[in-house]
Design a protein around this ligand. Structure first.
Ligand code: FE2
Length: 412
């Protein structure tokens, strides 16, 4: 009897080892363990939620600027009104170092803390998360670099973002600087994501326009890199596109007037959605090249991303032109029907790059690394560190170290 065409079909050829695959070709997980609470004034819910967990001593982690602005007051009041004792640890600095986490841990242990509440931007939430990890795991911190390297569930953690970018309030990643090695390392685990994120737009109202611009560009970069990541899935893609739409819709109005509640709330939620997406897909060459710019030259994370973003998008357009067209569309570019009008797919894809460049000029992002004091001589060392990033392997276009060097040079 003749073999049917179906059973005669040869098995699919094995893929090269380590080949990154698109969604559907390998089993993939979409996981976001954090409960997200949104709404004006939701910071007042921190106390009742802490009490429900049975906490009686809570350490609030923040930075001096946030404390000067009086932002933690509502949260401390909410905890006190539930009969909870608090300790305010407010020494967080940008690009937090390992030593700072050790100091925060000592404060938490001396106080006898049972829950940590982070109030701030990515740095405060990263310090709080790293402290929560070390509260239940022996350390040292750098031994947990990588994915799922620590065993015990961290101390319970709530997070309240005061910027509109990092989405550290929902991501399972912590970025800490090893100052001696001039290296920013990442610790990742689903266990590292906060228990509850409170997105209260009152906490970001009045954010200085330069901080809104740089942190929102970090968020837009998360959304774009998640959308083009080789690990993207239909679930993450929907979130990434929605984040691109929301951030593009609100970013100009929020930079123009930080008291615009609708715009600031739109950015806060858009950045959070981008975080939910990239938690599951990782990022790409923009973040791989931005971290060394922070470690070597202290360039704020959002600015480093914003400067690298159009160069990497131009580089990636060859690999995923259709996705770039969809990004352009989500940013409000009139790309529909362009191919009918004789425009090539690649030309349409580059509309996304143009949209990003135009936006960055309008909101006052510096265009060149050279203007921020970056020395060309550091490029080979930065490129070597960028290549160590786990984001390189899932960038849509295969990337060599020479191409990373070229991207840095273009951005100079
Ligand atoms: Fe980022």
């Amino acid at each position: 009897m003749a073999t049917s065409p179906i059973t005669a079909r040869p098995p699919a050829p094995p893929l090269p080892p380590g080949a990154p695959l698109r969604a559907g070709s390998v089993p993939q997980t979409f996981q976001n363990p954090t409960r997200v609470i949104t709404g004006e004034g939701c910071a007042a819910e921190v106390g009742p939620h802490a009490a429900r967990l049975g906490a009686t001593r809570v350490m609030v982690v923040s930075d001096p600027g946030i404390v000067r602005a009086g932002i933690p007051t509502a949260i401390l009041d909410s905890l006190h009104s539930c009969g909870i004792e608090t300790l305010l640890y407010s020494h967080v600095e940008p690009d937090p170092r390992i030593e700072l986490v050790d100091e925060a841990l000592k404060a938490y242990r001396d106080f006898g803390g049972e829950l940590i509440v982070a109030v701030g931007g990515g740095s405060a939430i990263d310090v709080a998360t790293a402290t929560a990890i070390l509260a239940t795991n022996p350390g040292p911190l750098r031994t947990y670099e990588g994915w799922e390297k620590f065993a015990n569930a961290p101390a319970p953690l709530f997070a309240l973002p005061t910027t509109v970018g990092t989405a550290a309030e929902v991501t399972p990643f912590v970025v800490i600087t090893d100052a001696a090695a001039k290296f920013k390392f990442t610790i990742g685990s689903p266990k590292a994501a906060p228990l509850i994120a409170f997105l209260d737009p009152f906490l970001v109202l009045g954010l200085p326009p330069s901080i809104t611009a740089s942190t929102a560009m970090d968020a837009l970069t998360h959304a774009i890199e998640s959308y083009t990541s080789l690990l993207s899935t239909p679930i993450s893609e929907g979130m990434a596109l929605q984040a691109i739409r929301m951030i593009s819709t609100h970013i100009r109005a929020a930079v123009a007037n930080p008291r615009n509640l609708t715009a600031m709330n739109g950015l806060l939620i858009g950045a959070n959605i981008a975080g939910l997406a990239f938690s599951n897909t990782r990022l790409g060459n923009v973040h791989a090249t931005a971290h060394p710019l922070g470690a070597f030259w202290k360039i704020p994370h959002g600015i480093a991303n914003a400067i690298m973003l159009p160069h990497v998008m131009e580089f990636n357009a060859l690999a995923c032109p259709l996705r770039m067209v969809e990004i352009a569309q989500a940013m409000g570019e009139p790309v529909a029907g362009m191919s009918m009008a004789g425009t090539t797919e690649h030309e349409a894809a580059l509309r996304a790059v143009g949209a990003v460049r135009r936006l960055e000029t309008e909101i006052g992002i510096p265009a060149r690394l050279g203007d921020l004091g970056v020395d060309r001589a550091s490029i080979p060392d930065m490129a070597a560190d960028a290549m160590k990033s786990a984001n390189i392997a899932i960038n849509p276009r295969l990337t060599t170290i020479n191409e990373i060097i070229r991207l840095y040079e273009q951005a100079m």
